[in-house]
Write a protein that binds this ligand. Sequence first.
Ligand code: SF4
Ligand code: SF4
Length: 70
Amino acid sequence: MDYRTWEAGAIKIEVDYDACNGNGTCVEVCPAEVYVLQYDKTVPVNIEECIECCACVENCPQQAIRHSSC
Ligand code: SF4
Ligand code: SF4
C-alpha cells in the first residue's frame, strides 16, 4: 500500500496509489468534481467542494479510497 493524503478543513481523503488503476470511476461518480486524473492516478484537488456523499469510496473497484466521513 502507498497511501497519499489530502486534507481540507475537517475532511481527509487518502488514496492508495498502489491500488488505484486510474480507471476514473471516482472522477465520474463524484457529484462535486473533487477528483481529477493525473498520470493515471486520481487526485482530490477540490476537497473543499466535497459534500460527503461517499460515492467515491463506495464505487472504487479497487477500494483505494479512504474518506474521513465515510
Ligand atoms: S475509482 Fe479507484 S481505482 Fe479508479 S481512479 Fe478512482 S481511486 Fe483509482
Ligand atoms: S464523498 Fe462524495 S462529494 Fe466527497 S469526494 Fe467522495 S464522491 Fe465526491
